[in-house]
Write a protein that binds this ligand. Structure first.
Ligand code: FRU
Length: 479
């Protein structure tokens, strides 16, 4: 009877118990998706950080594993965020195809350490010579020196590590994963600096699907300073030559405008897809959310792409296609005219709050989608035509008083002038993820209703013609 608690996500990953924040060391190897994560060893609050572990064969169903990396005898402190790679050619000497993880040790200052596994990620050994990148007391390096994300850079035949260093990202390189050389710094005067930079991720993607035209993307999480308050993740688009990252576009861009997608990075060792998972919470209130015996959940895995709109390249997100495996009972309707209010057929009750909802229209008009229960609690998602903004409003979405300012309406810009619009919503027991205009505008918000949301109404005062409307149940992933 696990995963039946109040507010427990039913198709998003969360640990059985205790506090969880960032996803770490996400690597695909031998048919398995590994998900490591910042996990408190003993408590339901941030504190004794180690790497928890879960494995999936399909990105949907997860099996929690014993703790992967824990603080112990090496006196280097806690195990903060980081990444993992498959060392195919044995560059580190731990054996061909060993998994090598990089994380931040916290004591006496933040430094980068390494661990490896030769049994498909089941057990991990810390490297004896840790830390591999030092930050000695008295060094000029700030104590915000963390979150190593390592990737193989084919062109320069080197491993590249991105590191978050307070107000910039540093790129370090290595031939053997053990000895690292600093190559460059990026970002001091670029992008948003209303908070500390964390959890960088550098990867390459084709523009508009054209593999002859690629760009490098740098994700940078930042706390606080997000577009709707608290922590959020911005991105930069540019070139990377093995030494320098240079941006090709200015302006501040957010991966997700909601309040609850943080520290997201992409899977390592995926051939053609960039798949990101983020922490579905916000440092502003993560320690107070009313769930037990666990705190924290992850976004549904998302496929990232690049799309050009009016000569600007944007990062887009979509739920991974594996979602289809758990989608059931799809109902489709065409040409639904909403004038005033339209209630979806009552059968959505049977979906028990786990819902996929999609609409497409050839009309850009204001509307809202209201999910409610008979206690007057509601989550409202909508489009404000005047302001040209999407929004999620959780003001009346059940428990909000654990944090002043939690019960709010959050906004996000519409980024295209296209006359066609579409919206996909993923509703779970305690979260909604909005993907608008083919993934151009993304919002993720958590909420804590006291009773399952069992009714959907679509509202539009001016009138909206929905060309195509689909809704489906989503199966619970826990057996
Ligand atoms: C981001 C972060 C990281 C750090 C980790 C600690 O949420 O602050 O920078 O490594 O969490 O748990």
């Amino acid at each position: 009877n696990i995963y039946q608690e109040e507010h427990r996500p039913q198709f998003h990953y969360s640990p059985q118990k205790n506090w969880m924040n960032d996803p770490n060391g996400m690597v695909y190897f031998d048919g398995e998706y590994h998900l490591f994560y910042q996990h408190d060893n003993y408590e339901n609050v941030f504190g004794n950080m180690s790497w928890g572990h879960a494995i999936s064969r399909d990105l949907i169903h997860w099996q929690e594993q014993p703790k992967a990396i824990v603080p112990d005898s090496d006196s280097l402190g806690m195990i903060f965020s980081g990444s993992a790679v498959v060392d195919k050619n044995n560059s580190a000497g731990f054996g061909a195809n060993s998994l090598v993880a990089f994380y931040t040790s916290t004591s006496p200052k933040q430094q980068q350490s390494m661990a490896y596994s030769t049994d498909k990620g089941r057990t991990w050994t810390k490297y004896k010579e840790n830390p591999v990148i030092k930050n000695e007391v008295g060094d000029q390096i700030p104590d915000d020196f963390r979150d190593p994300k390592v990737m193989w850079h084919k062109e320069s035949q080197k491993w590249i590590m991105s590191l978050a260093v307070k107000d910039h990202v540093e790129f370090w390189s290595s031939k053997n994963l053990k000895e690292w050389t600093k190559e460059s710094e990026f970002g001091q005067a670029i992008g948003s600096h209303d908070g500390v930079w964390e959890c960088p991720d550098l990867f390459e993607l084709p523009v508009d699907g054209n593999t002859n035209n690629k760009r490098w993307i740098l994700l940078v999480s930042m706390n606080p300073g997000g577009p709707n308050g608290g922590s959020a993740t911005q991105y930069f688009i540019g070139n990377f030559d093995g030494k320098y990252f240079t941006i090709l576009q200015t302006g501040i861009r957010w991966v997700d405008y909601g309040t609850d997608n943080y520290a997201g990075v992409t899977y390592s060792n995926m051939e053609n897809r960039a798949i990101a998972i983020g922490w579905m919470s916000n440092w502003q209130y993560a320690g107070k959310v009313p769930t037990q015996p666990w705190r924290g959940a992850y976004t549904f895995p998302r496929k990232l792409s690049l799309k050009t709109v009016d000569n600007i390249i944007f990062l887009t997100s979509a739920p991974v296609k594996e979602l289809d495996k758990i989608v059931t009972n799809t109902r489709s309707m065409q040409n639904v005219d909403v004038k005033g209010s339209y209630d979806l057929p009552a059968d959505i009750k049977s979906f028990k709050g786990k819902l996929l909802f999609q609409l497409a229209s050839e009309q850009i008009e204001e509307y809202s989608i209201v999910l409610s229960n008979d206690r007057g609690e509601e989550v409202v998602v909508g489009f404000d035509k005047q302001a040209n903004q999407y929004y999620i409003d959780r003001t009346k979405a059940g428990k909000t008083d654990f944090e002043k300012g939690f019960g709010k309406r959050h906004i996000a810009p519409r980024l295209t002038k296209d006359n066609h619009t579409d919206v996909t919503l993923l509703f779970d027991a305690a979260s909604v993820e909005l993907f608008a205009d083919n993934g151009l505008t993304i919002m993720t918000d958590i909420f804590f209703v006291n009773k399952t949301l069992s009714k959907i109404s679509i509202k539009s005062a001016n009138g909206l013609n929905i060309k195509e409307l689909n809704y489906s149940g989503i199966e619970r992933i826990w057996k």
